[in-house]
Structures are given as structure tokens and as C-alpha cells.
Write a new protein. Structure first.
Length: 413
């Protein structure tokens, strides 16, 4: 028998399992040592040629739903900018919240450290506040581009974020700092709805986990970001302890592409066949902060589970659903009815609800969380207090364990 600690919020749940029955799916990069300040600083060397005393700098940072090692990265970035001659009075940090809730004061300190929050101006983004939005015209595809006005008020924009898999944008990081991160609700909806095929139903061809080329969502978000013309991109890959183990810097497009290629090569897990049971932890906080974020781990678990099989998802959901209006989508009789609603009135979180519901219909999804049981049931999942209780219901069969949920991609060998 073996034991494993599975992340659940800010703590972990211990699971004892039979090695002959369960296999752990990890990445080939799990043993990488965290990057030192010296190593991160070396990756920032080109900054001396990009920004100087005459510049003003806006630093874009991910919100509390992401683990990007921003505390380390932003501290070193600001110090390097000061060395290059940029005054702290001419710098600001903005959180790329997209349609997520605002970042709290406590989260600001955790994401940036007291040193940064006390010295730099910190901005928030509201995708609905038109007084703080600027129009940049349209993309060649016809998407109206509206972004936070701060992106045009500073002479240099630095993007920082983390790379992991994303179930329809392909990967996180890079262009997502701008769109959806700092775009208007209208622009976010126009780009995200490209994930669905409204004529044939379901996902549009080319849209999915690990895909960039031919992925309509990625390509349109990149077109939006190009209109901002960021000066520099910083993309990190973090370990289970949320510390940076790889960093890709430079041209915002090229650095992101290089990071995504590395991630796909090193964070895919080959499996000979799917199995009847998959136990998936989101990886703990912040990956299981709410249902909308936790769904990303469910999406990965589904890639390793036989149709009709059992998925046991560990997601504390300390922030609840993620959106107060998320539950309205589950009034639909099924995923097809929900999809029809999206055709007539698309909303970003409706697409997430649709993706969740399609899996709840295809698999038996047992959810270990702090959510009220009636909410879990309305989402067509089965509330359980612990892994053992879920296994009692799931029955026999072999399974996989995903300790880091959306961080590792199961791929049939």
C-alpha cells in the first residue's frame, strides 16, 4: 500500500491506495528545483534595453485564481526597472481579473508582497466600467476590442503570468493577461464564444487543451493583445508548492510559445488506456478556489476516464461557485438544452457550466468540497464527504490519481 497527500484548499487529504489498482499521473518535471532570485533576475536581463528613465511602466499580474510566483517575479522586476532608471512613481501594477471578482487587500499582499504594495500604485480592472475602458477598434475577424485604459496610459506594458493547460484556450499565460485579463465583458464574450460550434454543436474544431495553432480562441485573444503591443512578456511554470521552476521571458508572443511547447513536452502523462476510476485533486488553493476554476481539473480527469466511469474530484471551493449567477445555467434539463440557451444568449460562465454538465452526464462525478449538497446535486454531481465514501459508491476497477488536476495532461499512448 502507498500513501499520497492530495491538495485540498490550503491543506491536504491523505489517501492510502493499492499500487496494483491505482497509478499516479505526474509530470516529468515534478522534481525541478525552484528558481533562485539570481536565475529569475538573469531572465530579466533584456529589460535594460527596453525601459529607461523616460518611460512609465504598467505591470500586469494574474489574480488570486492563479499560481504564478508573482511575489518573487514582480519584486525582482521592479528592482530591475529601478536599476534601468524607471522611477517607482512612474510604475503601476494592475490585476488581470477578467470577469473574476476584484482582488482583496489580503490577496494583494500575498500576490505582490508588502514591499510592492507599499511602494507602487495598484490598479483594479472592472470589465463593466466603461469609464475605464478604451476602444482599440476591431480585429480582422470583426471582434470589437475594448481594454482597460491603463494599457494605453503607460509607455511600456509588461505582462506576467503562469503557463499551464487550459481546456479551450490551449494554455494559460501570455496573451491571456490582456484578453480576457484586461478586456471588457463584451470583448471577452466575443473571443470566448469562438470555442463553440453553433452550427454543428459542441466544441469548435481545433479548440482544446494543449492546442495553439488553429485554436480560434487563442488566435483571437492574441490579435487583441497585439493591438496593445506589450513591451515584454514573463511566463512562469510553478511546482506543487507554487514556486517558479521555469521562466520564459522576452517578446510576448515568442516567450509564451516557447513556454507552451516546453509545458506540453514535460507535463503530459502517457497512458495505455483509460480506466474506470479517476481521483483528481485540483492541486489545492488557488486551483480549487471555486467551482469555475475547479472544473479545469475535472476536464483533465475526463481524459483518463472510461465513459460511465467514476471521477472523484477534490475541490474545497472556499470562494463558492465563482460567480453568483453561475447556478442559473443548471436550470436547463441537460447539456443540449443549455447549449441552445448559449446560442441565443451567450455568456462566458454559461460555457463553463455547459462543459461541466457534459461531463456530469458522461461520468459519475463525486465531489468532495465545502459546497452545500443541494448546489452540488443541482450541478448533477454527487456530494461526498471523503474519498473513501466516493469509492464505496464507485465500485471496483482500476484507476488513476491526478495530484495536480489541470497541471498534467493525460494522453493515450
Amino acid at each position: 500500500m502507498s500513501r499520497i497527500e492530495l491538495g485540498y484548499g490550503r491543506r491536504s487529504l491523505e489517501f492510502e491506495f493499492d499500487d496494483a489498482r491505482f497509478s499516479v499521473l505526474g509530470s516529468g518535471a515534478d522534481g525541478l528545483a525552484p528558481l533562485s532570485d539570481f536565475e529569475v533576475g538573469a531572465a530579466l536581463d533584456p529589460i535594460d534595453e527596453i525601459a529607461g528613465a523616460d518611460d512609465s511602466v504598467l505591470i500586469v499580474v494574474s489574480d488570486a485564481t492563479r499560481a504564478t510566483a508573482s511575489a518573487q517575479v514582480v519584486n525582482l522586476l521592479v528592482r530591475r526597472l529601478v536599476q534601468a532608471g524607471v522611477s517607482p512613481a512612474r510604475m503601476a501594477v494592475i490585476f488581470a481579473t477578467g470577469i473574476h471578482r476584484p482582488v482583496s487587500e489580503k490577496e494583494r499582499v500575498e500576490l505582490l508582497t508588502p514591499f510592492i504594495t507599499q511602494r507602487l500604485r495598484i490598479l483594479q480592472h472592472d470589465p463593466h466600467d466603461r469609464s475605464n475602458l478604451t476602444s482599440l477598434g476591431q480585429t480582422e475577424r470583426g471582434v470589437t476590442v475594448e481594454v482597460n485604459s491603463a494599457l494605453k496610459e503607460f509607455s511600456r506594458v509588461f505582462l506576467s503570468g503562469g503557463i499551464t493547460f487550459h481546456y479551450f484556450a490551449g494554455f494559460t499565460g501570455g496573451r491571456k493577461s490582456i484578453c480576457p485579463g484586461l478586456a471588457s465583458a463584451k470583448t471577452i464574450e466575443a473571443t470566448h464564444m469562438l470555442a463553440l460550434d453553433f452550427e454543428r454543436g459542441g466544441r469548435k474544431a481545433g479548440v482544446g487543451t494543449g492546442f495553439l495553432d488553429g485554436n480560434a480562441v487563442h488566435e483571437e485573444c492574441e490579435r487583441v493583445a497585439a493591438l496593445v503591443a506589450p513591451a515584454f512578456g514573463i511566463n512562469t511554470i510553478v511546482n506543487a508548492d507554487k514556486r517558479a521552476v521555469k521562466i520564459f521571458c522576452g517578446d510576448w508572443r515568442l516567450a509564451h510559445r516557447a513556454g507552451c511547447e516546453y509545458y506540453l513536452d514535460h507535463y503530459s502523462a502517457a497512458i495505455p488506456a483509460k480506466r474506470d476510476i479517476v481521483i483528481a485533486s485540483c492541486g489545492g488553493f488557488p486551483h480549487d478556489i471555486n467551482v469555475i476554476q475547479a472544473h479545469k481539473a475535472l476536464d483533465m480527469a475526463a481524459l483518463a476516464c472510461n465513459d460511465g466511469g467514476a471521477i472523484i474530484l477534490l475541490a474545497e471551493c472556499s470562494d463558492g461557485l465563482g460567480r453568483p449567477d453561475f447556478m442559473k445555467w443548471f436550470d436547463a434539463h441537460g447539456s443540449r438544452a443549455l447549449e441552445a440557451r448559449l446560442v441565443n444568449g451567450y455568456e462566458v460562465n454559461g460555457q463553463t457550466a455547459w462543459a461541466l454538465l457534459t461531463k456530469a452526464e458522461r461520468y459519475r462525478v463525486y465531489l468532495v468540497s465545502e459546497l452545500p449538497a443541494d448546489q452540488v446535486k443541482q450541478m448533477r454531481m454527487i456530494p461526498v464527504p471523503a474519498i473513501a465514501a466516493a469509492l464505496d459508491h464507485a465500485g471496483g476497477g482500476n484507476g488513476f490519481i491526478l495530484p495536480r488536476g489541470a497541471a498534467v495532461l493525460p494522453r493515450l499512448a
